[in-house]
Ligand binder design. Structure first.
Ligand SMILES: [Zn+2]
Length: 359
């Protein structure tokens, strides 16, 4: 048995080899891998060679979160995510959306969980079981079943595995030594590649989409600016109508900026949101902000953020943002350039890092 690839580059090559071989019949593998990478970033082990246990239900939650926006109608219809007649994961997520009254609307998954805890729990179970029956044990194999597991032990999984078997294995998959660290380090490279493959798959599964139609990528992975509108007005009231980065007074319809870029980790919690002017938002785009800026965002008065959160029924997700930021910065090579303002970049230097960045 392979005891893990300590070299992230070799790990990345093996993942790409699996993804490039054979046509996918569903986007589940891409979703599972994305969820796994994000989990590793947010649970980066202090020791690079450490193994990691990943709860399957935690992965299932991330997968639900990914499909949550994707199952909304696009040009009047739901996009197919599978070439099979029944697509269990999108169906389960759609059921939850309907139960929460989120059809077509910008309601967040967090709010749906509060509104319909039982339906959410059932959805999570359904998705967790689907994950161990299908994509998890196919993720590290070539079509036809060849290949040696290089991410985790999947010997107990098969297409009809029961919930009892899942629970008998602690409800977790155990990543081999070094895999969690390797995946976290590869996040910045793999995630954009996964999104490109995903858009290609969805186009292939939805032949009615014209080659020059609309923004499929935006529908699948973009962020609705309108969905963030409630956060904008509430943040203005709490912190004033100035750009978080350059402090210019803001126009009425200014952007709400994800401090940790949405494309790196899609965290919508208030702890990751600031008000920005168009110039800063456009200049920052997908760049990682400097540690100093991240620190300033995390140093905002927690009580004020909590008040805002309560007023608009929006999660703060402070701990999640801290964990994600720690994983992202620690996974970056030392000396990487980070965004420090329009036209300004600084080299990443963790030697004088703030407390939250230490392990
Ligand atoms: Zn600005």
């Amino acid at each position: 048995m392979n005891e893990g690839a300590e070299d992230p580059l070799a790990l990345g090559q093996r993942i790409v080899a699996v993804l490039e071989t054979g046509a996918r019949t569903a986007t589940y593998k891409l979703a599972t891998l994305t969820a796994l990478i994000d989990h590793c970033v947010e649970h980066l082990p202090a020791d690079p060679s450490a193994p990691l246990e990943v709860p399957v239900r935690a992965l299932a939650h991330r997968v639900v979160e990914i499909y949550w926006r994707q199952v909304r109608p696009f040009e009047g219809q739901q996009l197919r995510q599978s070439s099979q007649p029944v697509a269990r994961i999108p169906r389960a997520v759609t059921t939850l959306r309907e139960a929460a009254g989120a059809q077509g609307a910008g309601l967040s998954l967090d709010l749906a969980m509060i509104r319909c805890p039982e339906v959410y729990a059932a959805t999570l179970e359904d998705v967790a079981l689907t994950l161990v029956r299908q994509p998890i044990h196919r993720l590290q194999k070539l079509p036809g079943g060849g290949g040696v597991p290089f991410l985790y032990d999947d010997s107990w999984m098969h297409d009809q595995v029961s919930r009892r078997t899942l629970d008998a294995h602690g409800g977790v998959i155990r990543l081999f030594h070094g895999v969690a660290y390797g995946l976290a380090r590869l996040s910045g490279l793999l995630k954009p590649a996964l999104e490109i493959l995903w858009v290609e798959d969805v186009r292939r599964m939805n032949r009615h989409l014209d080659a020059n139609v609309p923004d499929v990528a935006g529908h699948l992975f973009g962020r609705d600016r309108t969905a963030l509108a409630p956060a904008r007005s509430a943040l203005k009231e709490a912190f004033g109508a100035r750009c978080f980065y350059c402090e210019v007074p803001l126009a009425a319809n200014n952007p709400v900026d994800h401090v940790l870029p949405w494309s790196r980790l899609g965290i919508d919690g208030l702890a990751n949101l600031v008000l920005a002017c168009g110039r800063c938002n456009g200049s920052k785009l997908h760049a990682l902000p400097s540690v100093e800026l991240m620190d300033r965002a995390l140093s905002r008065e927690p009580a004020v953020l909590e008040q805002v959160a309560e007023a608009i029924a929006w999660p703060t997700q402070y701990d999640r943002v801290v964990a994600a930021a720690r994983g992202v910065y620690r996974g970056e090579p030392a000396g990487s350039l980070t965004w420090a303002g329009p036209g300004r970049a600084v080299h990443l230097d963790l030697s004088s890092a703030p407390d939250w960045l230490r392990v």
